[in-house]
Design a protein around this ligand. Structure first.
Ligand code: NAP
Length: 375
């Protein structure tokens, strides 16, 4: 691994104005500052909705311009700031997108895709020196956003390519909620709805953790495909996934869930378009006494008397904490997730092909699917 000095210039995908679209440009290479590392990016993740973020149609995700685009990525440390004590040049790292203010961790933004909801978050993204994302040869990253990965174990023993490892950026979102409610091996978790981007990945993560999953969805066909995809890409032959159709009849759907016995937990990833759907209520009604619910989506329809009567815990969760990423890396290194390139289909694009990459990610997403830009 090269640890040569940084070049004066590098290539990056720059959004000059919301209207302009991206251009692959030659820009000054970012330089290290105290508290940062410069990472040479190998592969940066593309989200199914990246195109909508940058063309302004995803109104919940505002970003300042000019901006180098990006998301979670995998790369090698090129240079570290003077206060780094563990990271060394050449180390393989996962670059995480959740950037928190050091004097107020409640102020955070998601690098290059979401400027946050508070004045502090927006100020941090606009002026904090961390604005630019990973669609670039080099990126300056807060030290705490660099998670060391065991390259020998992951890429030699377990057969991942560095590009495949970007898949962890997607899985971390549902894992954040699952870990927040303390899901244990052997427990039963209801994932609702389970056929979307993060829902389907939530099913895969819960299965990898040794849980039984009840996947709720509107479409029998999509649920069938989901079960097949997760089983095909699982290590264990005893994968236990049940499915329940969302009919809109709250009690009927709760009965269908209860037919599998009382569940321990719910992972809710309801999109805004389904905010008033009854599935979250049905799921809560199917929980055992003391059950836990992670609310990661946009449901507004969850008030049921069982929350009080059955001592149910409801927890909202935005993304995940740093220790969650570190723990996920350990799970990956122990081989608990699907192994090797045969089980993750990663489509790779150059900086110049950003538009095709965004269009591809809008279709090629979910269990075992990954799209990356390699600067
Ligand atoms: N908390 C966090 O950190 C975090 C991070 C990222 C995203 N999120 C949130 O997570 C949620 C899910 O995101 P996503 O990207 O996974 O969304 P997505 O891919 O669009 O998921 C859509 C899912 O919702 C289902 N659905 C759509 N309309 C429905 C309706 N009227 N009734 C019942 N089900 C319906 C879809 O079912 P079909 O398959 O049948 O269409 C599919 O299962 C969003 O609210 C997003 O903002 C939260």
């Amino acid at each position: 691994m090269s640890t040569t000095p940084l070049p004066a210039q590098h290539r990056a995908l720059l959004l000059s104005t919301p209207e302009s679209g991206f251009d692959a440009k030659t820009l000054p290479t970012p330089q290290p500052t105290p508290g940062s590392a410069i990472i040479r990016i190998t592969a940066a993740g593309v989200l199914p909705y990246h195109g909508d973020v940058y063309n302004g149609t995803r109104r919940s995700n505002t970003v300042p311009t000019p901006l180098v685009g990006g998301f979670g990525a995998i790369g090698h440390v090129a240079v570290v700031g003077p206060d780094a004590v563990a990271l060394k040049p050449g180390q393989l790292v996962y670059v995480d997108c959740v950037v928190r203010a050091r004097d107020d961790p409640d102020s955070f933004f998601l690098s290059a895709i979401y400027s946050g909801s508070t004045e502090g978050s927006k100020k941090l993204m606009a002026d904090g020196g961390w604005r630019d994302g990973t669609f670039a040869e080099f990126v300056r990253v807060p030290l705490e956003n660099c998670i060391a990965l065991d390259e020998g174990r992951l890429c030699q023993s377990l057969g991942y390519t560095v590009q495949d490892l970007v898949y962890m950026a997607y899985l971390l979102v549902p894992f954040g909620g699952i870990r927040d409610i303390g899901l244990q091996a052997g427990e039963t978790i209801i994932v609702c709805p389970a056929t979307g981007f993060y829902g389907s990945l939530g099913v895969q993560v819960a299965v990898a953790m040794g849980a039984r999953v009840i996947a709720m969805g509107r479409s029998e066909e999509k649920l069938g495909r989901l079960v097949e995809d997760v089983k095909r890409r699982s290590l264990s032959r005893g994968v236990d996934i049940e499915t329940v159709i969302i009919t809109g009849d709250e009690d009927k759907d709760a009965d269908a869930l209860r037919a599998f016995g009382a569940a321990d937990a719910v992972l809710d990833l309801t999109p805004a378009a389904a905010a008033t759907s009854t599935h979250t209520k049905s799921a809560i009604k199917a929980l055992r006494r003391g059950g836990r619910v992670s609310l990661m989506g946009s449901t507004t329809n969850f008030a049921v008397s069982q929350i009080m009567v059955n001592n149910i815990t409801l927890k909202g969760k935005m993304m995940y904490e740093r220790e969650t990423i570190v723990h996920f890396a350990k799970m990956l290194e122990r081989g608990l997730l699907p192994l090797g390139k045969d089980l993750i289909e990663t489509k790779i694009f150059s900086l110049e092909d950003w538009k095709v990459a965004f269009d591809t990610a809008a279709e090629h997403n979910g269990v075992g699917k990954c799209v990356v830009i390699t600067p």
